[in-house]
Write a protein that binds this ligand. Structure first.
Ligand code: ZN
Length: 701
């Protein structure tokens, strides 16, 4: 098999420099998606291919190695975590991997040699399924859970004590037998995971809310557990299975198997597939039995773990580097299957993004029949070189979502697939903006696909949340010309009789739908803003914007002033006010400005606001002397950061602005305030010091 990373001719120097730049960006992006955001977009194999391609180009052009080369990064940067750090008293190990029966036999032989046992001496091992989850250590003192921590780098993990309180499998108090004294200290180790069914349900709900969709159950579990706000963890269906222990003041059993049974008796689940095996053939038989059950297990597994059963032998065997000599993970081969790519369909999303979807001759991969696979984007099709009719290899490597990893008929002469340069739905030109991989339809609101997707977004749960206006109904009314824009939703009541006359509609169902719409005549302003589907304005940003601007006209005014057009200088004050909001950067300012400068959008907006009247967006705050006022912090603050000061102001119902203007009510000035104080004096604005501000905060309780 040729290596897809190298089997092209060496590019010329200019092309290589460009490609190295692109690879540096791509690899950094995928590192961030995987490590910091728990949301990888590509498989491990694809990631490895990028890294190898980068290394190959760097070897060929050593003088082109970039300062930000991915090959220079030392390991993976640990993401800045909002969670506290916990140093593990006993390091959390990983296990060495075996991929073949011979490697397992070698492992058992090494154990015998190390212990100076005869070659035919029995070595009892435990064997259990290896869950693909997030390793976690639970510290119990006198049977009470005192701390939970993730593995992290093995030495230092993240404190998730508050989060695991919501995992039912993890008892706060271990159950002791009446005659049993629990160890003073006992750290139970295992995997936090998400069952496959729960994962699919979570992703479906996330997709409906236009929230982050997770690539696989492991990432969903990690993303759900590692939350500063433990209430998010509470809403996620996490489970736990124990597979061992760390620091322990005493270990009340003398075999691995008996100790795991004891942990189960304490009330912490262990794998139901844990057995002990008297010989290597027994171990391998159990491996094949678990492999055969893999697709039917409620959770994802990626192999079988063997451990020497005798704890005395484990102690003698000890550790080498980061792994114990007494354990081994026997990994399953990646699940792969070959099939034919029968068609490439293009789906058009709400933002006009063209997504290629491969239609496949149905094939079984790891017990699941696969008929469709996303091909992601134009670049991915180019990378794989796939065309309709090609034989492709699909892979599910611990992933629920299969990926095309190889094109087996790349060399077969056949016309290359031409990614459409026009939208298949409306015929408008489809282009990729500079620096973007996604090709988008430029038809905007004349594109029926974008329009119906936008209407669906507008009524979705995270936006207006109008029940009874589903995908089918939107498509039906859209085709009739009854639903052109969001405002038309509110005019459907004039069509009551027409709707009742249609097949599938009864008086009652029409009345229910119209009542659901009427209930949203005075919608939440942040949901309305989010529902408009402005690029880069998600549900959270919409809330933050409304918190600051209170009314939609005030926001529109600021957006229009801050960004009057491409390359035109905006009003610095409006710009500064927008940029002072958390999560709002130049990209959001531009997206808002573009939206409100497009005449069609303004018409849709005005039309909508003639039908609905969202009340002022007032966030519940504490009563305070500064509620409703605009406060500017300036100079050096001594007892708190600028961010904390702004958060205090917002909690007190005030607005924190970045610059002094006639609208400013109060200035909190520290040393070195300078020009802002002069301006304040000119405008006659009240100025107080940090201590006086602290008194206001204190008085509000
Ligand atoms: Zn289109």
């Amino acid at each position: 098999m040729t290596d897809p990373v190298r089997d092209t001719n060496l590019p010329d120097e200019a092309a290589a420099a460009n490609e190295l730049m692109r690879l540096a960006r791509q690899i950094a992006y995928h590192n961030r998606r995987y490590h910091a955001e728990d949301a990888p977009e590509i498989s491990d194999a694809e990631y490895d291919a990028l890294v190898r391609r980068n290394a190959w180009l760097e070897a060929a052009f050593p003088h082109l190695i970039r300062a930000d080369s991915p090959s220079r990064a030392v390991g993976h940067e640990v993401s800045a975590s909002p969670l506290g750090k916990v140093t593990h008293e006993v390091r959390m190990m990983s296990l060495d991997n075996a991929y073949t029966d011979e490697e397992v036999e070698d492992f058992v032989a090494r154990v015998r040699r190390f212990l100076a046992l005869p070659a035919d001496a029995p070595v009892t091992m435990t064997a259990e399924d290896k869950i693909d989850g997030l390793s976690c250590s639970l510290r119990y003192e006198h049977g009470k859970l005192v701390r939970a921590a993730t593995r992290g780098d093995g030495q230092v993990g993240e404190d998730v004590t508050a989060n695991v309180a919501y995992i039912k499998d993890i008892p706060q108090q271990l159950a002791a037998r009446p005659d049993e004294t629990l160890p003073d200290v006992f750290e139970i180790r295992g995997e936090v995971y998400m069952a496959k069914a729960d994962f699919l349900a979570l992703n479906a709900a996330q997709a409906e809310r236009e929230d982050k969709v997770f690539a696989n159950p492991r990432n969903a579990a990690a993303g759900s557990l590692r939350q500063k706000d433990a209430s998010i963890t509470a809403a996620r269906p996490l489970r736990f299975l124990a597979h061992g222990w760390g620091a322990a003041s005493s270990v009340p059993e003398d075999t691995q198997f008996a100790m795991m049974q004891r942990i189960a008796a304490w009330g912490v689940p262990v794998s139901p597939l844990l057995v002990h095996c008297g010989s290597t053939p027994d171990m391998l038989a159990h491996y094949r039995s678990i492999q055969a059950q893999r697709a039917d297990l409620p959770y994802d597994i990626d192999g079988v773990v063997y451990k020497v059963d005798s704890l005395e032998w484990q102690r003698r065997l000890g550790f080498v580097a980061k792994a114990p000599r007494w354990g081994m993970a026997h990994k399953f081969p990646a699940e792969r299957a070959e099939t034919t790519l029968e068609a490439i369909d293009i789906q058009v999303g709400r933002t006009g993004k063209l997504t290629p979807v491969g239609r496949l001759a149905p094939v079984l991969v790891g017990g699941v029949t696969v008929t469709n696979v996303t091909l992601h984007n134009r670049d991915e099709i180019g990378r794989l070189g796939v065309r309709v009719g090609d034989r492709v290899v699909l892979q599910r490597a611990g992933d629920v979502i299969p990926q095309v990893v190889e094109n087996l008929t790349r060399e077969t002469p056949r016309d290359a697939y031409h990614f459409p340069d026009h939208c298949p739905e409306c015929g408008s030109e489809a282009v990729a903006e500079e620096g973007e991989v996604d090709v988008r339809c430029t038809g905007g609101l004349i594109c029926p696909a974008q329009r119906t997707e936008r209407l669906r977004h507008f009524v979705s749960r995270a936006a207006l949340d109008i029940e009874g206006l589903g995908e089918k109904t939107i498509a039906e009314f859209f085709a009739l010309g009854w639903l052109e824009s969001p405002a038309d939703i509110y005019r459907l009541r004039k069509r009551r009789d027409d709707i009742v006359g249609r097949e599938g509609w009864k008086d009652k169902s029409v009345d229910n739908l119209l009542a659901a719409i009427e209930a949203k005549r005075a919608p939440d302003a942040a949901r309305l803003l989010f529902g408009l589907g402005i690029r880069h304005v998600g549900a959270v940003t919409a809330r933050d914007l409304m918190k600051r601007f209170v009314t939609l006209p005030a926001l529109r005014d600021a957006a229009q002033r801050a960004w009057p057009g491409e390359g035109v200088e905006g009003d610095p004050e409006a710009r500064a006010e927008l940029l002072s909001i958390d999560g709002v950067g130049p990209v959001v300012v531009e997206a808002l400005g573009e939206f409100f400068h497009e005449p069609h959008n303004v018409a849709v907006w005005d039309d909508l606001l003639s039908e609905v009247s969202p009340p002022d967006f007032i966030v519940e705050t504490r009563a305070s002397a500064v509620a409703g006022k605009t406060v500017v912090f300036t100079g050096k603050l001594e007892t708190m950061s600028r961010d904390e000061a702004k958060a205090q102001a917002e909690a007190l119902g005030a607005r924190a602005a970045g610059s002094v203007s006639p609208k400013t009510d109060l200035i909190v000035a520290g040393p070195g305030a300078g020009s802002k104080l002069k301006k304040a004096a000119e405008l006659g604005i009240e100025v107080i010091d940090e201590a006086a501000w602290a008194d206001i905060v204190k008085a509000a309780g």
